[in-house]
Design a protein around this ligand. Structure first.
Ligand SMILES: C=C1C[C@]23C[C@@]1(O)CC[C@H]2[C@@]12CCC[C@@](C)(C(=O)O1)[C@H]2[C@@H]3C(=O)O
Ligand SMILES: O=C(O)CCC(=O)C(=O)O
Ligand SMILES: [Fe+2]
Length: 376
């Protein structure tokens, strides 16, 4: 009888072979808050805001929608963005093909401790004792050909198709990211001259970096006990999430506390505000707490296109975001410094944003409760 594949490589958890969710992958507290549908009629309280870049009412109306969504939700669905649907379909197809590689090939590309890129659970998983029901792969879209040879050492057609489609996608996304950054700045109330002319705003646009992270959530025999991706805020400026037609992304909302299930809208991106954007906007646009759940019958794929500053750049509240006569609410941090603070926050149960607040004031709405955090 052949050896089951999960026994061949003890480091690889073979989701396909799992007939039940083992203790190692069973999360307590998943149902502490109700889940509500975010796909209701526009304007109803739980309907995830939609921003259509082709809105016929014009640029000012679009900026106003972005402002409302970023202030009230920290997330929105983006439509009319111009990235061809046909390209998004090819991206998804290639991502699925990558995750279908044999375990041994994927293990060759495993993310080492402290590595920014590679295969395996995302960095956040190291703060928790439980394992997530997913696999991930992080890479830099500007230098992907070298990294991808770890997955496809002999190159070949699948390698070439993956690299070609991701480079094409990156080209579109980088342009869209610049457009959205400009829109966010207008949403903050900056004038055309300020967006184009102020040194700080120009520097942010010119130096913004992109990282891609792919998620594969295999179908799961007991989805109520497993978790695809632990609740978190993204740490950078903002993220475009492309989710396949299998929904799974949920956004946390207060008052009453609940998870809002983001509807799968064909061709739309979900845009998440990240922690460094929360800081940059002096807390006006807030980073959204979100998680991904899994499905009994269907695999799910998602792709995060993360925008943030280069590693050496200090991020502090923009002058234009601080009300006259007030001092900035946050101190300046680089992205790596903020990741260090967040690591500390995860192990203590504190809020990373509060830890970088200029004055440590109490604001319970900011406290994020990690589930089953690893204590050390
Ligand atoms: C640019 C990045 C954001 C990210 C860390 C990373 O270096 C690459 C992976 C990203 C991701 C994806 C899943 C959730 C998350 C919290 C994680 O652990 O890895 C995010 C990180 C983040 O936003 O901080
Ligand atoms: O899978 C999803 O929809 C969410 C992915 C996500 O939050 C992330 O990659 O940071
Ligand atoms: Fe995320």
């Amino acid at each position: 009888m052949p050896t089951p594949s999960h026994l061949k490589n003890p480091l690889y958890f073979d989701f396909r072979a799992a007939r039940r969710v083992p203790e190692s992958h069973s999360w307590p507290g998943l149902h502490d808050h109700p889940v509500v549908d975010g796909g209701g009629a526009p304007g109803t309280p739980d309907a995830v805001p939609v921003v259509d870049l082709r809105d016929p009412s014009g640029g000012a109306a679009v900026a106003a929608r972005v402002a409302r969504a970023a202030e009230q939700w920290g997330a929105f669905l983006l439509t009319g963005h111009g990235v061809p649907a046909e390209l998004l379909a090819r991206v998804e197809e290639r991502v699925a093909c990558m995750f279908a590689l044999p375990a041994a090939d994927k293990m060759r590309a495993v993310r080492g401790p402290g590595d920014a890129c590679g295969y395996g659970s995302p960095p956040i998983s190291s703060f928790f004792s439980k394992c997530m029901w997913s696999e991930g792969y992080t890479f830099s879209p500007v230098s992907l050909r070298g990294d991808l040879r770890k997955l496809w050492p002999k190159a070949g057609d699948d390698y070439a198709s993956f690299c070609d489609v991701m480079e094409e996608f990156h080209k579109h996304m980088r342009v869209l990211a610049d457009k959205l950054l400009e829109l966010f700045l207008r949403a903050l109330g900056l004038t055309d001259e300020q967006v184009a002319g102020v040194e700080e705003e120009r520097r942010i646009a010119e130096t913004m970096t992109a990282t891609m992270h792919l998620n594969w959530y295999p179908r799961c025999p007991d989805p109520r006990r497993a978790l695809g991706l632990i609740a978190h805020t993204d740490s950078g400026f903002f993220t475009f999430v492309l989710q396949s037609l299998v929904p799974g992304l949920q956004l946390f909302r207060h008052g009453p506390d609940r998870w809002v299930a983001v509807p799968a809208v064909p061709g739309a991106f979900v845009v998440n505000v990240g922690d460094l954007f929360h800081i940059l906007t002096n807390g006006r646009f807030h980073s959204v707490y979100h998680r991904a759940v899994v499905n009994r019958d269907l695999d799910r794929i998602s792709l995060g296109y993360f925008l943030g500053p280069p590693p050496h750049a200090k991020v502090a509240p923009l002058r234009e975001a601080v009300p006259p006569g007030r001092t900035p609410a946050y101190r300046a941090v680089t992205w790596p410094e903020y990741m260090g603070v967040r690591k500390k926050a995860f192990t203590t149960g504190a809020s990373a944003l509060k830890m970088v607040a200029a004055a440590a004031e109490s604001d319970d709405a900011d406290v994020q409760q990690p589930l089953v955090a690893v204590s050390s």
